[in-house]
Design a protein around this ligand. Structure first.
Ligand SMILES: *[C@@H]1O[C@H](CO)[C@@H](O)[C@H](O)[C@H]1NC(C)=O
Ligand SMILES: *[C@@H]1O[C@H](CO)[C@@H](O)[C@H](O)[C@H]1NC(C)=O
Ligand SMILES: *[C@@H]1O[C@H](CO)[C@@H](O)[C@H](O)[C@H]1NC(C)=O
Length: 322
């Protein structure tokens, strides 16, 4: 087929896509595909993933998202559109790891996704971070997977409850908890037991270049301060419990060198790794464990801003020839 015909097809294809404004899409073929004699030009979308209404508000309020259509699957709405000019699908997963993993797996099965950009709020375990800081970790672990050992067991776990008796340390009937690995399944390797899940995109991409010159929102509750930092290469922890406890936060820092705690990132990482999809985790610090004050809007806003720069960096088309 000639170049001109292909161009005409492209235009017709785009018109068809835009004509479908905000209608429920066919589940069989949720993205636009243009066929040539033996090659298919497929639109690749970036999967934008977050957990909460607050995160979604940051996306909508930015005015950068253009709504084309949506698909409802398993109670989640997958919003198809563009962010600036990049084709995306976004989904609000709901909280807790099982909800997050389910939504990410559906996203990867039903759409042509080039990679996943996850952004969300997190608690900082590092007291030098202020709310509004954005953290782009290069590894995350499930730290809520425990083997709870018996009182006075021979094998002791890392977390010894007696060490935290108040006012004096001592023995405690709760014994100790040992941190467990998780099984990572993948299509090309045997299942393996891992603790840290590597966030490959952060390690590989010139991520600091990407966000250079980005200006994060600097004020919260009428108080303004110097520019917030973007911190790369830290370690993150995920569990299904919310960490408000300072002593436990300090333990996570000491034992695992974790800088943040949330309840979603590791679920995104595990699901993306199982599907061999590139992904990035972007965390806005909404509060610091053990310190008063919570700034969820600011955290979502700044994290989304960083997310937009990653979204731009993904390929948007794939030509697959027979
Ligand atoms: C997109 O449009 C649909 C249908 O009009 C609507 O249900 C959905 O909330 C819209 N999404 C956004 C992000 O505006
Ligand atoms: C977890 O897996 C790592 C390898 O990733 C291994 O070194 C470690 O011993 C395992 N820990 C447990 C508790 O099985
Ligand atoms: C934190 O807030 C609590 C009540 O909400 C208050 O009692 C406490 O003094 C505050 N701590 C600091 C360090 O401001």
């Amino acid at each position: 087929m000639s170049r001109i015909n292909l161009a005409v097809l492209l235009v017709v294809g785009l018109l068809l896509v835009t004509a479908k404004q905000s209608m429920q899409m066919s589940l069989r073929n949720p993205t636009a595909e243009i066929e040539t004699s033996n090659c298919k030009l497929t639109v690749l979308r970036v999967g934008l993933v977050f957990t909460s209404d607050r995160n979604e508000k940051a996306v909508i309020d930015s005015g950068l998202f253009t709504n084309i259509s949506y698909v409802d699957i398993a109670g989640r709405r997958f919003h198809v559109g563009t962010l600036k000019n990049t084709p995306i699908v976004y989904v609000k997963t709901g909280t807790q790891t099982v909800n997050v993993a389910t939504a990410v797996q559906i996203l990867l099965l039903k759409f042509h996704i080039s990679g996943i950009v996850f952004f969300g709020n997190a608690g900082s375990l590092d007291k030098t971070y202020v709310p509004g800081t954005v953290v782009v970790p290069d590894a995350v672990a499930f730290t809520g997977v425990w083997k709870w050992e018996k009182f006075e067991a021979e094998n002791k776990g890392q977390l010894a409850f007696g060490h935290y008796n108040y006012p004096v340390n001592g023995e405690n009937l709760l014994g100790t908890a040992a941190y467990e690995n998780i099984t990572l399944y993948s299509p090309s390797e045997e299942p393996k037991e891992v603790f840290w899940l590597p966030i490959t995109l952060t390690k590989e991409a010139a991520t600091e270049e990407l966000t250079k010159g980005l200006k994060l929102k600097e004020c919260h509750s009428g108080r303004c301060q110097a520019e917030f930092e973007i911190i790369y290469g830290s370690k993150a922890s995920t569990s299904d419990f919310y960490v408000k406890n300072e002593a436990y936060g300090d333990f996570l820092v000491k034992e695992f060198d974790a800088s943040t705690a949330d309840s979603a990132s590791a679920a995104v990482a595990l699901t993306a790794l199982s599907n061999e999809k590139p992904f990035v985790v972007i965390q806005g610090v909404s509060n610091v464990v053990g310190v008063n004050g919570s700034y969820p809007e600011l955290a979502s806003h700044n994290a989304f801003l960083v997310a937009t720069t990653f979204i731009k960096s993904f390929p948007t088309q794939r030509l697959a020839c027979e």
